[in-house]
Write a protein that binds this ligand. Sequence first.
Ligand SMILES: [Zn+2]
Ligand SMILES: [Zn+2]
Ligand SMILES: [Zn+2]
Length: 138
Amino acid sequence: MNNRRILHTLEQHSIRPTPMRMLVLEHFLQQRSAQSLAELETTMPRADRITLYRTVKTFVEKGILHQVEGGPGATRYALCHDACTEGEHRDFHPHFHCTVCGQTVCLDTVHLAVPALPAGYRLSEVEMAVRGVCPGCA
Ligand SMILES: [Zn+2]
Ligand SMILES: [Zn+2]
Ligand SMILES: [Zn+2]
């Protein structure tokens, strides 16, 4: 169903399509919330764990997924919506963590102010965690 979009996204980021990569990307396209590795393992029980981890790592390196810290439990991963490229993420938005169910979502309509850095410093990410209760738990 999303096959053309999946292939296009992989191609755009110079990633060779493999069944696992397509499966993981398809999964993320269907999710509204960020996923932890444990959650990915649960939803894809037949996937080889090491391959799954490597796929997520590749996607982060290539600018398809970004890491979300600060939520309960674990590091989560979410699809990049902005023009992220290899080694340069531009996901400068806050993340909302529901304190009841632990769901984490990108607030990607909100743009964080990126501080100007002194000469010689290179920015890799800007983090802002917002906590509260999601509509499903309210
Ligand atoms: Zn990104
Ligand atoms: Zn919730
Ligand atoms: Zn995000």
